[in-house]
Design a protein around this ligand. Structure first.
Ligand SMILES: [Zn+2]
Length: 303
């Protein structure tokens, strides 16, 4: 788990003590908050109780007003972000998990709920690319409940195969050794640089490729073991395709191969098929139509 800390207390008596301490802490914050809030109310009124507008305050009063507002916000943030209550559901009587990216504590129930949703969200190939800024922010939040490998499990598998096959079939020559650059691979696979770099590093760690840094780019070269692995990936990918040995001969073939692999991987993951079925159901697709679509997919994939 990425920067995750979980604090679980099983003993009932200790749980009660913990919950009691959390309540004391939150109560202390509430008392402090109320004090500041009353001060703020006083600043906003004349002695006779009439409301005082911001424009009729003198500069010292305005400064005081702003600083009280800030202190109130700070206290709210402390209470919200503290281990005393879940930032998502607000409950304070549960075990808590810390999410470092958002400097917040979640109860284990909310955390696990977010994790499950995040797994479903990120493991749906081609449907996970955020559309627009708002979705990007939401995806970032959900991503923080998974580690990188978990968030991109299927994508990483696909990119790994793609990189290996690309290096096998579409390399250039550096002296006598075949290579391709990071930006080339990125352009062909249409994936983020982060994912490609992650895959290249893991392939290097596993002794399948060499990485040679060059100006503003990285060159990748298959090692002997990598050539074997790339051939295996290619055989696996072509298994149901009935194509000749030379396939893929050009980039168009290569893209077709990757698209089919992507569909196959998605199909292989039963959770994703369930997701597809759920989506069709929520669109009020009749059951026989759903069955037909699933069967059609199986036939297309050679099952
Ligand atoms: Zn919660």
């Amino acid at each position: 788990m990425r920067d995750r800390r979980t604090i679980i207390i099983k003993d009932l008596k200790l749980r009660r003590i913990r919950d009691g301490l959390r309540n004391v802490f939150l109560a202390a914050i509430r008392v402090e908050w109320k004090k500041k809030f009353d001060e703020l109310k006083n600043v906003k009124r004349y002695g006779d109780g009439r409301r005082k507008s911001l424009s009729s305050m003198n500069s010292a009063e305005v400064a005081n007003f702003r600083s009280l507002q800030k202190e109130l916000a700070k206290l709210e943030k402390i209470a919200e972000r503290s281990i005393c209550s879940c930032v998502s559901c607000g409950r304070g009587d549960r075990d808590m998990v810390y999410n470092k990216s958002y400097d917040s504590w979640y109860c284990t129930e909310c955390y696990n709920g977010h994790r499950l949703y995040a797994k479903e969200l990120f493991q749906t190939i081609g449907k996970t690319k955020p559309q627009g800024h708002e979705e990007e922010v939401i995806h970032e939040l959900y991503e923080s409940f998974l580690d990188f490998e978990e968030a991109h499990e299927i994508e990483l598998g696909l990119v790994k195969e793609g990189v290996l096959i690309y290096l096998l079939r579409f390399h250039h020559y550096l002296g006598s050794s075949p290579y391709a650059t990071l930006s080339e691979i990125q352009g062909v696979l249409c994936r983020s640089r982060e994912i490609i770099v992650h895959v290249l590093n893991s392939l290097e760690r596993n002794g399948l490729i060499d990485l040679l840094p060059s100006a503003n780019d990285i060159k990748a070269r298959l090692k002997k073991h990598g050539v074997e692995e790339a051939n295996n990936a290619l055989i696996k990918s072509k298994r149901f395709m009935g194509v000749n040995n030379a396939f893929p001969e050009d980039l168009e073939d290569f893209h077709l191969l990757l698209d089919l692999r992507s569909d196959k991987l998605e199909y292989d993951n039963p959770e994703l098929i369930e997701t597809l079925i759920r989506e069709l159901k929520s669109d009020k697709t009749p059951p026989e139509e759903i069955r037909r679509k699933v069967e059609e997919l199986k036939v297309n994939l050679g099952f």
